[in-house]
Design a protein around this ligand. Structure first.
Ligand SMILES: [Fe+2]
Length: 301
């Protein structure tokens, strides 16, 4: 349609999927090649047409990120395309667009933003600037997500969530993500599940696994979420953070398991295989083998 109508720019209005779709349309329009050829990091050769994004969820941050996540319906997984070429030219951000979301959409997209901030903060590619944005996003989400879920029409809560999502986006677009996203892309692509819901369920298992790789970073996250860690051993500190994330997830109404969403034990080796190949796995703070990934999936069945 872009070519037939002789377009010269793209405006995307919506959540992560429409915005990522717009990025993919831009890539295909400027290269005239199949989108599958651009999977991975820095595979986009030429600039895409001017792209303006208007986000209508506070979660994906596709309006500021160098990510485009595209469902590959043949392989039943999600491809991660990571390239500076897909960073939009302008993001028009207004929390008014959030006020008609359902509480469950607010919950899932908000937990996605929290996952962005946490994964960016512990990423092996983090930096002092991305750290600032990540911690501020974690603080804002902890303080405002339950209220935003309870009253989606509140501009105070939604304004704070929109800002949090933007800050999380600035952090993860530069620091990249980790195992939660790698595993959520694999699971969401296989069974067509909501991205934020997958992250919300997988986050605690990955935090528990990763904690020992960078305890001081996870402790900082815990303190930013309002926890007092004084006098606690490392394992007690890890447990307290996992409990805090689980209680936030529970408070916003997301159940902790995936069996009810259609994930079966037999699917797990395949899910782990695809998660290992996802571009987001490269910056996870702890190395994970296939069996370790399988165990995290098994624990949330
Ligand atoms: Fe995400």
């Amino acid at each position: 349609m872009y070519e037939t109508a002789g377009c010269n720019l793209i405006v995307a209005v919506g959540g992560g999927s429409p915005m990522d779709c717009a990025k993919a349309i831009g890539i295909v329009a400027s290269h005239d090649r199949d989108i599958e050829e651009f999977e991975g990091v820095d595979m986009v050769e030429y600039p895409i047409p001017p792209l303006i994004c208007v986000p209508t969820t506070a979660g994906s941050s596709a309006d500021v990120s160098q990510f485009a996540i595209i469902a590959d319906t043949n392989r039943r997984t999600k491809m991660a395309i990571v390239s500076k070429a897909v960073v939009p030219d302008a993001a028009l951000i207004d929390p008014q667009t959030l006020t008609t979301l359902t509480p469950y959409q607010v919950a899932c997209t908000g937990m996605d933003a929290l996952t962005h901030a946490i994964e960016a903060y512990v990423s092996t590619a983090h930096s002092p600037i991305t750290d600032l944005h990540a911690l501020e996003a974690i603080r804002l989400i902890t303080a405002n997500l339950p209220g935003a879920v309870e009253s989606p029409s509140s501009l105070d809560y939604q304004g704070a969530m929109m800002l949090a999502s933007l800050e999380a986006g600035l952090a993860f677009s530069n620091a990249i993500l980790g195992a939660v996203h790698a595993m959520a892309h694999s699971m969401g692509g296989y069974l067509d599940l909501p991205h934020g819901e997958c992250n919300a369920i997988l986050l605690t298992g990955v935090v528990a696994f990763n904690y020992a790789a960078c305890p001081e970073r996870y402790d900082r996250i815990a303190e930013t979420m309002g926890l007092d860690l004084s006098g606690l051993t490392a394992s007690a500190r890890a447990e307290l953070l996992v409990e805090k994330i689980a209680s936030l997830r529970e408070q916003v109404g997301i159940l902790p398991t995936v069996g009810r969403l259609g994930v079966k034990k037999n699917d797990i080796p395949r899910l782990a295989e695809f998660a290992m190949q996802d571009a987001c796995m490269a910056t996870n703070p702890a190395a994970m083998n296939k069996r370790e990934i399988e165990m995290i999936y098994e624990a949330v069945l």
